[in-house]
Design a protein around this ligand. Structure first.
Ligand code: HEC
Length: 129
């Protein structure tokens, strides 16, 4: 009976694997990258707020400094304060919110390993005595 169970479990997991494409990591892990558009000039992610980031953040240094970093909203705010204290960055005033919205949305720390999709249509089965 135990053997039966093991065989069955094996079958289920094989079926599951082919159904959800877990074996084919490359396909869905890279998906978000394919759908992300970047600005030709700066390499920054395209967004309605990008123009403001370009105006405020790319005159002193390359956008590469932004692209190479990942911070939380607070972390970005601290960077801005740090540049204001040490590198003559001006007060961003009203536009700081737009800049932070943008940075938080596109350059936040992310977990790169995508999770598998939630299971659906699970067919439960009764274990026989
Ligand atoms: C007034 C000039 C100026 C402007 C405008 C400016 N920065 Fe900077 N930033 C600097 C300087 C100077 C450095 C230090 C560069 C270095 O270390 O080579 C720097 C460094 C950085 C770094 C790297 C920090 C680190 O820890 O290495 C990031 C990220 C950054 N800036 C983001 C931004 C963002 C986002 C904006 C727009 C809000 C911005 N910068 C606008 C002057 C500026």
């Amino acid at each position: 009976m135990l053997l039966c169970l093991l065989l069955f479990a094996g079958l289920v997991s094989t079926a599951f694997r082919s159904e959800t494409g877990v074996g084919n990591n490359a396909g869905w892990v890279s998906m978000p990258l394919d759908t992300t558009k970047t600005d030709k000039e700066t390499g920054l992610v395209t967004d309605p707020n990008l123009y403001m980031v370009k105006a405020q953040c790319t005159s002193c240094h390359s956008s590469k400094l932004i692209i190479a970093n990942r911070f939380t909203r607070d972390g970005w705010k601290q960077k801005i304060r740090w540049m204001q204290a040490n590198h003559n960055l001006w007060d961003l005033g009203e536009t700081e919110k737009q800049v932070l919205d943008y940075l938080e949305k596109h350059y936040a720390p992310t977990v790169t390993a995508a999770r598998r999709k939630p299971l659906n249509d699970i067919k439960w089965y009764k274990l026989e005595e």
